[in-house]
Design a protein around this ligand. Structure first.
Ligand SMILES: Cc1cc2nc3c(=O)[nH]c(=O)nc-3n(C[C@H](O)[C@H](O)[C@H](O)COP(=O)(O)O)c2cc1C
Length: 200
């Protein structure tokens, strides 16, 4: 699969089979992460790979809590009671249950610049580039993924879980990986190119 095909056929996957990710595929995914463009060539990223049964279960529960917070507290129009119940039902059926999660952090343990605020923004962009690389390469290996931003809604619980200091490793996102239960169907975009671009 070439890059254009990977981009055009990828879709977020939230229901996975129990099959473990092959070691070789994990290696390919991680290699793609660290091949991403990164600010200053400083590679200010760090990844925690969650794969043990006990940790997977705990992390999924935290993600569910964070997602619930998103639906009830973060959205300008929260989910209705019925929508929330429907979602809780899907959670019971195994939504977000993945054989592998990768938590992506900005690694701020070594600083390279005088302006630390800009440095952090650059590091964030580098980590996001790595995440997108992982997601696309995973898709090319028939591995589905879901990028989770909701952990930021209750960050401290995640720092506790990962046992890291937020001044050193700042969480950007957690990505679930696994073989999709159903073939992902790319989601139509609401905005056209003309809506989001100007030419000057
Ligand atoms: C920064 C970011 C944060 C996201 N956070 C979540 C999340 O917390 N939970 C979730 O289910 N999906 C999350 N997603 C996935 C989006 O919902 C998804 O990408 C979007 O609806 C477009 O669908 P597609 O990926 O299938 O094209 C996130 C995606 C991005 C880029």
């Amino acid at each position: 699969m070439n890059v254009i095909e990977a981009i055009n056929t990828r879709a977020t996957v939230r229901e996975f089979s129990d099959e473990k990710i092959k070691e070789n595929d994990l290696k390919t995914i991680l290699e793609a992460a660290i091949r991403a463009p990164n600010a200053g060539g400083n590679e200010q990223w760090f990844f925690i790979i969650v794969e043990s049964k006990e940790k997977l279960e705990k992390l999924r529960n935290l993600i569910i809590q964070a997602q619930r917070l998103y639906y009830t507290e973060m959205m300008k129009t929260p989910l209705s009671k019925e929508q929330l119940e429907k979602w809780e039902e899907r959670v019971k059926e195994g939504l977000y249950k993945a054989p592998l999660y990768i938590a992506a952090f900005k690694d701020l343990r070594v600083r390279y610049y005088k302006n630390s605020e800009i440095e952090e923004r650059w590091a964030e962009q580098s980590v996001c580039a790595a995440i997108e690389n992982m997601i696309l390469v995973a898709h090319s290996l028939n591995i589905g993924s879901c990028w989770f931003g909701v952990p930021l809604l209750m960050e401290d619980k995640f720092y506790e879980f990962f046992n890291v200091k937020k001044e050193e490793l700042k969480l950007v996102a957690i990505i679930a990986f696994g073989y999709p239960k159903q073939k992902p169907i790319p989601k139509k975009r609401k905005k056209k190119i003309e809506d989001v671009t100007i030419r000057i």
